[in-house]
Design a protein around this ligand. Sequence first.
Ligand code: CUA
Length: 229
Amino acid sequence: MSTWANLGLQDSASPLMEQLIFFHDHALLILVMITVLVGYLMFMLFFNKYVNRFLLHGQLIEMIWTILPAIILLFIAFPSLRLLYLLDEINEPSVTLKSIGHQWYWSYEYSDFNNIEFDSYMIPTNELTTDGFRLLDVDNRIVLPMNSQIRILVTAADVIHSWTIPALGVKVDGTPGRLNQTNFFINRPGLFYGQCSEICGANHSFMPIVIESVPVNYFIKWISNNLNS
Ligand code: CUA
């Protein structure tokens, strides 16, 4: 999760988020180079005396400063498309989680396991324990196995919500009447926090998401405990 004064991206917990961070840095580097070049040219204009009376046209420089930006844009466009298709790929998921957005909480269904289902509400500030995170912790966490391909299906029951986990590089809209899907792979254990990121009403800020990433045998234990109850 993001902590105090962390203004950049969160540390990645999935291969896709890692790729997103690489792409961000790549695009930012190109942006800085363009800004420096254009800034230098604009600065140098102040020292130009404009005394070339015979300058009427410059075919070559016009060609260069038309084609060069187009080529530079390709260096952003191709990695961007690569990532886009990588994010969309579903790689034989071993677990499917269905999350349904409501005003204003999430509910989850593990359709693979006799349809375990539960609601997940934010813990109100006055009920928070000392180790809890305000506006971020929930009463029922999603438990998922690490090192496994996980498919998530997102939908909503009332208005549009968005199931967003920054550390995993996941952001999918839950739209009433539609079933969106995406896929991720958590490569370490831990708690991963997210929030709804589609303005969905008065309590939009108060429907966080918490994923508890555990080793596969712990996940199986958790599933079998919930099947018995
Ligand atoms: Cu649900 Cu914003």
